[in-house]
Design a protein around this ligand. Structure first.
Ligand SMILES: *[C@@H]1O[C@H](CO)[C@@H](O)[C@H](O)[C@H]1NC(C)=O
Ligand SMILES: *[C@@H]1O[C@H](CO)[C@@H](O)[C@H](O)[C@H]1NC(C)=O
Ligand SMILES: *[C@@H]1O[C@H](CO)[C@@H](O)[C@H](O)[C@H]1NC(C)=O
Length: 306
């Protein structure tokens, strides 16, 4: 985490357009983490939150803020002054829920807590967020105000909903999510045991759909990484979601893992008969990325990571 925060701070410096130089030249300033602390311009957050589990970083261009999600906490940082006191939401799992989680045999590695795993822009004034909820994924809304000057950041009371198919149960699981036109696209395991992985669409006015259940031709033990909408052309109903993951090969006895890119059409309403509530536009391809060594042997990079 210490290292992470140093990178984060440096990252912010590099993103500032004023300082953004020619990418071919070496950075002009290089600091070790120790030097960074001594410079008085960085402050590690992990003591404050008692967590090193920072997974989500969402830039909010409307309000010049950056959101962080961690164990039981969400933070909003001011991008103009990263050392300003962050706005903090504490969202723990209830004692009852934590006890149930331990009864179910979990918790030896601290999993019986609410790990924030999704923060997405919902509308002009609200964010949508989900946490693992001590192995009971749960989502809710956050009020962030109209303007950045409002400096508001709080949970909306009474708006809890199930996070099944939106957020993982297990904090160690990697997942992906994208909120597009009020529909949430999530690559995640839907069950407590972590067996049923799928790409789900939920929320909003489009029909809820998913990939075929327990069918290794769709997904074979996937690790989901990231999703992005990439328009093909000006025709909005052609827009597609691309998602990146890695998964096991389906060849019998093979331990091979492949990097992949998948694609669905946003305007997919599912099919008929056995394809009701299933994607009809689902496609996936292997991402072939390799270098040839001096001996002519190709080395493939099949372990795609974030
Ligand atoms: C920090 O978190 C750990 C679990 O990850 C917990 O056991 C410990 O009590 C916490 N410490 C404080 C000061 O909250
Ligand atoms: C944004 O969404 C929240 C939660 O559904 C709702 O209460 C609020 O009125 C919406 N705001 C706008 C500006 O649409
Ligand atoms: C989806 O595509 C159909 C044509 O196949 C079109 O009539 C419809 O307007 C599209 N819907 C959206 C929301 O883009």
């Amino acid at each position: 985490m210490v290292i992470f925060w140093a990178f984060l701070w440096l990252g912010l410096v590099l993103w500032t357009p004023r300082l953004y130089g020619d990418p071919r030249t070496a950075p002009r300033v290089q600091l070790s983490f120790k030097e960074l602390l001594h410079s008085g311009t960085a402050r590690p957050l992990h003591f404050l939150l008692n967590s090193t589990d920072f997974r989500i970083l969402l830039m909010d261009q409307d309000q010049d803020r950056m959101y962080l999600g961690t164990r039981e906490f969400l933070l909003a940082l001011d991008m103009h002054n990263i050392n300003r006191e962050p706005l903090i939401i504490h969202w723990p799992a209830s004692d009852r829920r934590q006890a149930d989680c331990r009864l179910a045999g979990k918790g030896r590695e601290g999993e019986c807590a609410n790990y924030i795993r999704l923060i997405e822009r919902w509308n002009r004034t609200h964010l949508f967020t989900c946490g693992t909820g001590a192995f009971n994924p749960t989502c809710t809304y956050i009020h962030r105000g109209w303007r950045s000057e409002d400096y508001i950041f709080r949970l909306v009371p009474g708006r809890l909903e199930s996070g099944k198919g939106k957020c993982p149960y297990d904090p160690k699981e990697e997942s992906l999510a994208a909120l597009v036109n009020g529909n949430l696209y999530a690559g995640v395991h839907i069950d407590f045991m972590g067996m049923d992985a799928a790409l789900f669409r939920s929320l909003g006015n489009r029909p809820a759909i998913r990939t075929e259940q327990y069918d290794s031709r769709w997904f074979n033990d996937p690790i989901f990484l990231r999703a992005r909408v990439i328009p093909d052309n000006a025709e909005r109903s052609d827009d597609k979601l691309y998602f990146f993951f890695r998964e096991k090969s389906t060849e019998a006895g093979s331990a091979q893992v492949y990097s992949r890119v998948g694609r669905v059409c946003l305007n997919d309403s599912g099919g008929k008969r056995s394809l009701v509530n299933k994607w009809t536009s689902f496609l996936k391809a292997r991402l072939v990325c390799s270098v040839r060594g001096q001996d002519g042997v190709e080395t493939h990079f099949d372990q795609l990571r974030e």
